[in-house]
Design a protein around this ligand. Structure first.
Ligand code: EPZ
Length: 427
């Protein structure tokens, strides 16, 4: 497994281009199963999760050609494989987003349950309940979810008990070709959901949003091909803004959508970071010592759970006390024990952590447990005194496009050591 070595203490300065959003690309890749026409997606990030999704599409029956950040998806037949094996599904939870399109097109899916991951049990009950309401017969045998539609998916009103991002996306994908109208109440409204709606409407779907959390989908009989440019990755962007803050540097982020980061940037401004936004850029500049800010994660437009770990690293090095509450996932503090190895002073009490700022971090060896925890540990290494060695960095490669190259261009002293035995985890 590759490792990353950082010699901390460098201020980050310069410009960084933000890549396309992982969490927008994934559902949009699976939406191509809804049509036999060619779909071209641009601004696709170079990530392990994207490679996994492409392999999945090929397994199901698509021809997929990746050319840099452009992916072209073709159909050579309209019969898609409907049994999705554990070895594929277990690699990436977002694989469950094949359910919606395959139920709409093939009327059946046999898929291994995705299981939990480092940050929680991550059940799919909201997805399955919604599909039942759309007329899907569902049974579970030996950890396989067997689903089939007797005639056609039938539109209905679905009221989510929680605005699940994935369940909203799965229902959107299924309902585009259902008979009649589907209304989702308490839907997720993350920018990635909005990007999916925009692609589906360009493909000929009839989807309207009402306020923040109501979506109405009028079923159609067929969808056609499309060309679509993926929105920027707001989580990657927030990570680089926090990197500028924690290293007392000055970084200009390009190809971003500042409105997707409203609450994060307002919290950072409140802490004393200088932030200047245009339509497509964000300048983050450290101008004075920052003050700790409490956060409680929430669904969009609340403080994103995917930025909680990175925020924690920053709070660890600010004078004073701060609190972080994680309300979305039940086990998303795995980065705490690793941050303590740097010298952090953190107390966990169920879903709330209390952070006492310390003067400095000392470089150490740490293990990455999940994608966003990895980003938090990279930030810690950038500012720690001495050398930090990060292992299990394949978690990072799932969600950060060329992170060490982008950071090195910003003056970080960072290298990736490839493990010759198993080659680069990204190949
Ligand atoms: C998406 O996951 C993102 N992944 C996650 O990003 C993100 O953290 C999450 O949304 C929340 O914003 C992708 O978009 C690929 P949820 P998803 O369904 O759809 C519970 C990253 O780092 N729940 O909104 O799986 C669930 O257990 C990843 O890029 C149920 O109980 O998130 C969790 O506690 C990590 N039953 C909460 O809802 C269900 O059927 C939020 O889950 C579904 C979810």
């Amino acid at each position: 497994m590759d490792t990353i070595i950082i010699n901390g203490g460098q201020k980050l300065v310069g410009e960084v281009c933000i890549s396309g959003s992982k969490n927008s690309t994934l559902p949009i890749l699976f939406s191509t199963l809804l049509t036999d026409d060619t779909v071209i997606i641009t601004n696709v990030p170079a990530l392990l999760d994207i490679d996994i999704a492409i392999a999945f599409l090929k397994y199901i029956g698509k021809i997929v050609v990746k050319d840099g950040h452009t992916v072209r998806i073709y159909s050579y037949n309209t019969i898609y494989k409907c049994t999705q094996p554990y070895e594929l599904v277990s690699k990436m939870r977002a694989s469950i987003l094949v359910m919606g399109p395959l139920l709409a097109r093939m009327k059946r899916v046999n898929i291994s349950s995705p299981g939990g991951c480092a940050i929680g049990a991550r059940p799919i009950d909201i997805h399955l309940e919604a599909f039942r309401m759309l007329g899907v017969d569902i049974s579970v045998h030996n950890n396989y979810v067997k689903m089939f539609v007797k005639k056609q998916l039938k539109g209905t009103t679905i009221n989510f008990k929680f605005p699940s991002v994935g369940a909203t996306e799965n229902v959107l994908l299924a309902a585009t070709l259902a008979h009649g109208q589907t209304t989702i109440i308490n839907a997720a409204c993350e920018p990635e959901v909005t990007d999916l709606i925009s692609v589906l409407n360009k493909m000929g779907a009839k989807i309207q949003t009402y306020g923040k959390n109501k979506i109405i989908i009028q079923g159609v009989t067929k969808l056609h091909g499309v060309i679509h440019h993926i929105i920027p990755d707001r989580v990657e962007a927030a990570t680089y803004i926090i990197a500028a803050a924690i290293t007392k540097g000055e970084v200009l982020l390009k190809k971003v959508i500042p409105s997707h980061l409203r609450i994060v940037n307002s919290k950072l401004k409140a802490s004393g970071l200088y932030i200047k936004e245009t339509n497509t850029t964000i300048l983050a500049k450290w101008v004075k010592n920052l003050h700790p800010q409490n956060i409680s994660t929430n669904v969009y437009p609340g403080f994103p759970t995917d930025i909680q770990a990175q925020w924690m690293t920053l709070m660890c090095l600010l004078e004073g006390t701060s609190y972080i509450e994680e309300t979305v996932f039940e086990n998303r503090f795995l980065h705490v024990q690793e941050l303590k190895k740097f010298g952090a002073n953190i107390l966990i009490n169920d879903r709330i952590v209390k952070i006492q700022g310390v003067k400095k971090f000392i470089g150490t060896a740490v293990q990455i447990s999940d994608l966003r925890a990895g980003a938090a540990l990279i930030l810690a290494g950038l500012v720690a005194e001495g050398q930090t060695i990060l292992s299990s960095i394949h978690h990072l490669d799932r969600g950060y496009d060329s992170i060490e190259n982008k950071l090195r261009k910003l003056n970080a002293n960072i290298i990736r050591i490839q493990d010759k035995k198993c080659g680069d985890s990204r190949n």
